[in-house]
Ligand binder design. Structure first.
Ligand code: UDP
Ligand code: MG
Length: 315
């Protein structure tokens, strides 16, 4: 089996590709690795694909697949994972912000220290402080809190995986930011971290704008919800729905009782409590119904009985 598959998603990175591949070759040869490099061209509009073809002609260890259009980094990684055949799979960005010199270290952590996955940590970062570095600290704090995985840099492009891990996980949408969470959720809990060198972008421009953080937080909410309640939505919505309904019901009960006992001159609808009770009851019913619909969806999902089997004996 091949030692390493390097998966590189890219969008319009023509200037970087020749330098990046030369650098990868020198690292691989110095360490005598058996390797392949899989470029996934995520719908580039520049000459990236022609350059990949040229690189492949010179060195057959370099392969490429090209998307018909831009599907996003997660899609590119997912396709790369599907065809990667190395014992260890390493992902890195194509813009040379990640250094190929980190490959041997990452490889050793997987092979010798037995990590399922190792994530790079750009401890010293060469990006814009205001638009990237500070939001990223907040984002990582939230991800740590929600996932209970102690990583400083969830979204680092440079990561290494055991072969089995990439075959078991599915990355879609913009979930590439949460691959550690997806891996943990699939049962791969030995997740490590390695401080890696980060470099300034030499050519081209960043492909992600400020909206990355908005989307990042929404995706975090989704992934936390799915991992905790995806298979049992009623446990969340049913609980809160019931609590809300009971509170609303109790208030109405009290109001009606008060009206009957004291029978005084105020109208029932003249009290704020009446409106509170009504809203709370309606919200409760809605939550309950959301849970119910969620259960029906989960019940019809083709995934509902997909489990990862670690090993079997006696069959
Ligand atoms: N990328 C991609 N598809 C996209 C956006 C980005 O394959 O839709 C690639 C991009 O070419 C680069 C990597 O993902 O190799 C990281 O992107 P970028 O360097 O722009 O992100 P940043 O370093 O600014 O966070
Ligand atoms: Mg970059």
């Amino acid at each position: 089996m091949m030692d390493i598959s390097v998966v590189i998603p890219l969008l319009n990175e023509e200037e970087s590709l020749p330098e990046l591949s030369a650098w990868i070759i020198s690292v691989m040869e110095a360490n005598q690795f058996q390797y392949e490099v899989i470029f996934v061209d995520d719908g580039s509009r520049d000459n990236s694909w022609q350059i990949i073809e040229q690189i492949n002609q010179k060195n057959a260890n370099f392969k490429g697949i090209r998307f018909q259009r831009n599907y996003g980094k997660s899609a590119a990684l997912n396709e790369g994972f599907r065809i990667a055949s190395g014992n260890v799979v390493i992902t890195m960005d194509a813009d040379m912000q990640d250094s190929p010199d980190e490959i041997p270290g990452l490889y050793n952590m997987i092979i010798e220290e037995g990590y399922d996955m190792v994530s790079g940590w750009k401890k010293v970062r060469y990006d814009n402080t205001l638009t990237k570095n500070i939001p990223s600290k907040i984002f990582n704090g939230a991800a740590r809190y929600a996932s209970k995985i102690q990583l400083h840099d969830f979204n680092c492009g440079l990561k290494a995986y055991k072969h089995k891990v990439v075959k078991c996980i599915e990355v879609y949408g913009e979930m590439h930011r949460y691959i550690p969470v997806i891996a943990k959720w699939a049962g791969f809990s030995k997740i490590g971290e390695k401080v890696v060198e980060h470099r300034k972008r030499k050519y081209g421009i960043t492909k992600f704008g400020w909206d990355r953080f908005v989307n990042g937080f929404l995706d975090l909410a989704t992934i936390t919800f799915i991992s905790r309640f995806g298979k049992k939505p009623m446990h969340l919505f049913g609980l809160y729905g019931t609590i809300f309904f009971i509170i609303g019901f109790a208030i109405s009960f009290y109001l009606i009782g008060e009206k009957i006992i004291y029978g005084n001159d105020f109208g029932l609808t003249n009290k704020p409590a009446f409106y509170i009770a009504m809203s709370v009851m309606i919200i409760g019913v809605q939550l309950f119904l959301a849970g119910f619909v969620g259960e029906l969806v989960a019940r019809n999902s083709t995934e509902r009985n997909n489990y990862l089997i670690e090993s079997k004996t006696g069959f």
